[in-house]
Design a protein around this ligand. Structure first.
Ligand SMILES: [Zn+2]
Ligand SMILES: [Zn+2]
Ligand SMILES: [Zn+2]
Length: 307
């Protein structure tokens, strides 16, 4: 099978910004239901017969979910990446640059219940309203973690220290941007945050990956995530939307001592349940901008209840 730009997943290089864009042409056949806004006051049900993640339901491509009781992981039926993509590349004068990309995409349902969010789940249990996340594993390191890897590597080479260990110490000494802590994690609004209520969940010890957890670090992470998402829900008195993900060392067999495990929370809301921040105009063409200071955002989140 020969690599085809029109058929196979690949990355295209933007020579102006030097960023890569993942293109998944094979996904055109994916069903798109369109954006559905939940009507205010409508209470989601514990089971939705139309949900492709609920236990026992048939998914869009025909597979049937088992009657699962805890968590459930499956390969995404319409993955952006495919494991058997043929190798290939394009390079026209360093201006039209593309490389084939292989990988896997999986879906993890946190709970059989359709109506829960992390904030409303019990600690032992751990968002389509059905609570879930996605695992994307690609052959090349994507742009955002690749930037963080370079920054952490350069910091370690020049300062002989860990960037996030040093940063966390500074923030804990100052305190003004720390929202809360538990014995293993600090939650703070980073000095350079772009989104109004963006936060960083940082391991207090120098840990490179989730797989290095020992003792009660698992429980401490669940505690941190539940308390943070509960504070978000309290902020505007709604189930607060956000994108979140963990950054950890690459799984390439190297030790990567420069990597420090953390998670980013990027919530889009600005002033209320309906006023959101958009990255438009100067922000698309120039650089991101914010009005509310990160110190002020941290103070607001600190005031919120954890119930
Ligand atoms: Zn569901
Ligand atoms: Zn560190
Ligand atoms: Zn990161």
């Amino acid at each position: 099978m020969a690599f085809e730009l029109k058929e196979h997943p690949h990355r295209r290089f933007n020579p102006l910004t030097r960023q890569w864009i993942l293109v998944s042409p094979h996904r055109n056949q994916r069903p798109w239901l369109g954006q559905v806004e939940t009507v205010a006051g409508e209470v989601p049900r514990a089971y939705d017969p139309a949900c492709y993640m609920c236990p026992g339901n048939t998914r869009a491509a025909g597979a049937r979910n088992p009657d699962y009781k805890t968590t459930f992981a499956f390969d995404n039926d319409y993955p952006a990446l495919l494991p058997d993509t043929p190798e290939g590349q394009l390079d026209v004068n360093s201006l039209l640059v593309a490389r084939s990309e292989s990988g896997i995409c999986r879906v993890v349902c946190f709970s059989p219940r359709h109506d829960l969010t992390i904030a409303r789940m019990s600690l032992e249990d751990a968002s389509n309203p059905h609570p879930h996340c996605q695992i994307w594993a690609s052959a090349s390191v994507p742009d955002e973690p690749a930037k963080e890897q370079l920054a952490q590597q350069q910091y370690q080479t020049t300062r002989h220290s860990c960037l996030l260990c040093d940063y966390l110490k500074l923030e804990r000494d100052r305190g003004e941007r720390v929202v809360f802590e538990n014995p293993h994690f600090s939650i703070l609004v980073p000095f350079w945050a772009v989104w109004p209520f963006e936060t960083l969940v940082v391991a207090r010890g120098h840990i490179g990956a989730l797989t290095e957890f020992t003792g009660d670090q698992n429980d401490a992470l669940a505690d941190a995530l539940k308390r943070l998402t509960t504070r978000y829900d309290q902020l505007f008195q709604i189930s607060f939307p956000y994108s979140t993900g963990f950054d950890q060392r690459p799984s390439d067999g190297q030790s990567h001592p420069e990597w420090h495990l953390h998670a980013h929370f990027y919530p889009p809301l600005l002033r209320s349940a309906t006023v959101r921040k958009f990255m438009v105009g100067y922000e698309m063409l120039g650089t991101p901008q914010r009005d509310i200071t990160t110190e002020n955002a941290a103070a607001r989140l600190r005031e919120m209840k954890e119930t």
